[in-house]
Design a protein around this ligand. Structure first.
Ligand code: ADP
Length: 301
């Protein structure tokens, strides 16, 4: 009997399942297409096939940790209302998984799982506290204070992507105005580039062109980086946390995004706070959420 666990990152376009050993070695990993139209029963049937395969490669699986986009009720194990998985509306996924696989299961918000992964095993493993920022299609964060996830009363803590940078700014998907998300998400980067250059390309392509030195693409990433810097300065002033780890698709831009952010931070915070800020890229990338899920699964035994 070993203490392997299954980690699952359920997403709106794909899901990744991993068999994780006690030392965090990923013994097997499988990627499945999920898609907007995915229904819970069909997704669970696909998971079952993969987990059966994992059983053949393990001496014993003890638990499952799954993360998914929010909003999500961690306490009751319910996926509440994920924009990109509409058929998962109010789905009691923990109960469904526990019944199907007869294993203790934990359900966590994806940014929070990735934050736990980075905190325990990645860019934050020497830290007491950190804020993990995810910049992809949307922008979110997760806050770990003295080793504990800070959830807020209803698990909403960390929605800094929907706090306001400019009250006269454009209307955000959430209905509010001038949210941080509208200044740095992948779709925003693509939109801003189209405004400057009259060419519609993806956020990923903007990053590629910036890496090749294209001025307009560099300018857009620099603007996104500055918005990130203001966000980090504000969060540092509120929480007095020093370590900020940036993940998500857009973070592939690395220093093209982080250098402008670091440069602007001192202008928006006390020197005594800004001088201690460490702003770094995710060390674990896609594995951050999986290792966070594995960590949570291991808390059940
Ligand atoms: P999601 O947020 O949908 O879970 P991602 O974190 O991959 O997924 O973020 C997707 C966004 O990040 C897209 O808007 C895309 O333009 C951008 N993106 C994806 N891959 C890259 C990349 N390699 N470089 C830069 N941006 C990327």
């Amino acid at each position: 009997m070993t203490d392997d666990v299954v980690a699952i990152d359920l997403g709106g376009t794909k899901s990744v399942l991993a068999l994780v050993a006690p030392d965090n070695t990923i013994k097997a990993q499988v990627r499945l297409e999920t898609g907007r139209e995915a229904r819970p029963e069909a997704v669970l049937a696909d998971f079952e096939e993969v987990i059966q395969g994992f059983k053949g490669r393990s001496q014993g699986i003890r638990a499952i940790g799954l993360c998914a986009p929010g909003p999500l009720d961690h306490e009751h194990g319910v996926i509440v209302n994920p924009t990109n998985l509409p058929h998962f509306f109010n789905t009691p996924l923990r109960e469904m998984l526990e019944k199907r696989f007869a294993l203790p299961t934990v359900i966590e918000h994806d940014a929070k799982a990735a934050a736990l992964g980075e905190f325990h095993f990645g860019a934050g493993k020497a830290e007491q506290s950190l804020i993990y920022i995810v910049i992809g299609t949307g922008v979110g964060a997760a806050i770990i204070i003295h080793g504990q996830l800070y959830r807020g009363l209803k698990n909403f803590a960390g929605e800094f992507g929907h706090t306001t940078l400019d009250r006269f700014g454009e209307v955000c998907n959430c209905g509010s105005r001038g949210c941080f998300e509208t200044y740095m998400s992948g779709p925003w980067i693509a939109k801003r580039y189209a405004m400057l250059n009259q060419e519609e390309i993806s956020g990923a392509e903007v990053v590629k062109r910036a890496e090749q030195g294209e001025t307009k693409a560099l300018e857009v990433l620099s603007l996104a980086g500055e918005a990130l810097g203001i966000a980090v300065a504000s969060m540092a002033m509120n929480f007095d946390i020093e370590c900020f780890v940036v993940g998500g698709g857009v973070s592939i831009a690395g220093e093209l995004l982080l250098a402008p952010a670091r440069k602007i931070i001192p202008s928006y915070s006390f020197k005594s706070v800004s001088s201690r800020i460490k702003l770094v890229s995710s060390a674990l990338r896609e594995e951050a959420a999986l290792l966070g899920c594995a960590f949570l699964a291991r808390q059940t035994f």
